[in-house]
Write a protein that binds this ligand. Sequence first.
Ligand SMILES: *Cc1c(COP(=O)(O)O)cnc(C)c1O
Length: 231
Amino acid sequence: MRKGTIAENLRAVRERIVTGCSACGRDPDGVALLAVSKTRPAKDLRAAFDAGQSRFGENYLQEAMEKQAQLADLPIEWHFIGPLQSNKTRAVAERFDWMHSVERLKIAQRLSAQRPGEMPPLNICLQVNIDGEESKSGLAPAELSAVAKAVAELPKLQLRGLMAIPAPREDADKQRESFEQLAQLLEQLRTELPEQPLDTLSMGMSGDLEAAIASGASIVRVGTDIFGPRK
Ligand SMILES: *Cc1c(COP(=O)(O)O)cnc(C)c1O
C-alpha cells in the first residue's frame, strides 16, 4: 500500500470502494467502511474520526475498553469483531453497537440477557467458517440455519447478517468463490427468516475488498490500508 497520513489513506480506501462499486454497478452508499483499529493507539482513531470515519472495529476487549474511555467524547459506532469468551460477553453487551463474530448460541443468549434495557438491540452478525478451516472460528454452513432461527428470537439482539474471514487465495476468482458462498447463505437465510432485516454481509479486508464488494459486501473491514502495517 501507499504510505500516507491516516486521512490520505482513508481517502484512498474510500476511492477503492467507489471504484469497486462502479465496476459492478453498485451504489457506494450500500457499502459501509469499518476501520479496524486493533493494536492502534487512541490518537490514530481520533485522527481517522477527524477525517470523517465514525465506525471502528476492535478485536480485543481490554484494549477496546481503554480506547473507548479515551474517546468517550466522540460519537463513535463501535463494532466488536474478534473472538469472545462467554465470560466476557457483558462488556460487549454494554459498550458496543455491533457484534460481528457470534459463533455459538450461548454467546448470543448471554449478549441478549446482558444488553441493558435502555439500549437499542445489539446488532449481530453470525460468523461463518466459510472455507471449513480447522484453525478458524465460525459456524459451519450446515449449523447456520438453526442458530440463526434461535438468535432471531432473542429480545435484545437484532440479527443483521453474516460475517466471514475467507482463507487467503492467490487467485482472485477463487477468492470470489468464498464471498459468493457467504452471499448465498445470506440469501437462503432471508427466505427462512423473512421477518428479519437481514441486510448485512460483513466481508472484505485490505487485500480483497474489491472482490467482496463484487459479491455483495455491505460492510468492509479495513485495518492495514488505513492505519499501516501492524507490528
Ligand atoms: C484485523 C482484521 C481485519 C482487518 O484486516 P486488514 O488486512 O488489516 O485490513 C478485518 N477483519 C477482522 C476480523 C480482523 O481481525
